[in-house]
Design a protein around this ligand. Structure first.
Ligand code: CUA
Length: 323
């Protein structure tokens, strides 16, 4: 599936098109602030217009009725602002409480570890590791345990929930819930370095049974290369040093631990995107990425390679076979 197709699924990816309870509460609060602000603006503009008209008629002071200054101060300067602030405060507290606690007990726990500039995604109850694409079951709260391997990042999927920071050495807990089956775009929301703007992610909300199947498929280790080209690709994978940063369960031993420099590649062939969800996972894009990732993401930690065309082809074929 291409990203263009995904775009068609959710044309609007913003916080004002909420698809989960936490995002809906936040959007509701936003609209309350918007309508109150608009009402105040219109009222102030009307008074201003009135004052201008009144000043123009001052040659004949008797034509305008006198204004009771004390009443104007009490109602317009005190009572109405206090009422507006009380409404805003009350709704802020209510919204804040409702986005902190999920409506039900979370059905799944996911650990998300921020890296410059990608997301490590772990399902500790299922022994599954992936990157940048977070699969969740639709309609249930999902607990997120957020940390960072380097600097501060921030988890944000606007249609599902507000932002929550990923701090090195400290775990933050958040939750998301998607009410509809879809693919939701997410972004790092805390400046973390030159590629902050290209630190994207996808949340893929699936029906419960599809999610369970996805988890079960991810628990399988990679199988041995099935033909000569794939075998050659695996050899390149080791010789070129890919295995020093990227683990493939069943092939690299031991598997790189949590906080490894590069994303786990055990099922890279089944991911929709590469490079932190900024490019479709195609033969061409993956090849260009391996040749020189700095052309796509300057400042990224993965170094360029000087593989010849045959080695490169074998490596990419091998990676895409890992489904
Ligand atoms: Cu990670 Cu900004």
């Amino acid at each position: 599936m291409s990203l263009l197709t995904l775009g068609a699924c959710s044309a609007d990816t913003g916080a004002l098109d909420p698809r989960g309870p936490a995002a809906a509460e936040t959007a509701g609060h936003w609209w309350l602030l918007f309508w109150l602000g608009l009402a105040v603006y219109v009222a102030v503009m009307a008074l201003l217009l009135y004052a201008i008209m009144r000043a123009r008629r001052q040659e004949d002071p008797d034509s305008s009725p006198p204004i009771d200054d004390r009443a104007l101060f009490t109602v317009g300067g005190l009572a109405i602002p206090l009422l507006i602030l009380a409404i805003v405060l009350g709704d802020s507290v209510r919204t804040g409480q409702s986005v902190i606690d999920p409506p039900d007990k979370p059905g799944v726990t996911i650990e998300v570890i921020g890296h410059m500039f990608w997301w490590e995604v772990r399902y500790p109850d299922h022994d599954v590791v992936t990157a940048n694409e977070i699969h969740i079951p639709v309609g249930v709260p999902v607990e997120l345990r957020l940390t960072s391997a380097d600097v501060i990042h921030s988890f944000w999927v606007p249609q599902l929930a507000g932002k929550r920071d990923l701090n090195p050495g400290k775990e933050n807990v958040a939750w998301i819930q998607a009410d509809e089956e879809d693919v939701y775009w997410g972004q790092c929301a805390e400046f973390c370095g030159v590629q902050h703007a290209l630190m994207g992610k996808l949340v893929i909300a699936q029906p419960e049974d599809e999610f369970e199947q996805w988890i079960a498929d991810r628990q399988d280790p990679a199988s041995e290369p099935a033909d000569e080209i794939l075998q050659a690709g695996m050899d390149v994978y080791f010789q070129a040093g890919c295995a020093m940063c990227h683990g493939i369960d069943g092939i690299t031993d031991p598997d790189p631990p949590a906080g490894s420099p590069g994303p786990d590649l055990t099922h890279i062939g089944s991911r929709m995107t590469i490079a932190s969800a900024i490019e479709d996972n195609t033969y061409g894009n993956l090849t260009a990425w391996i040749v020189d990732p700095h052309q796509i993401k300057p400042g990224v930690r993965m170094p360029p390679t000087d593989l010849d065309a045959q080695e490169l082809d074998a490596l990419v074929e091998f990676l895409l076979s890992l489904e």
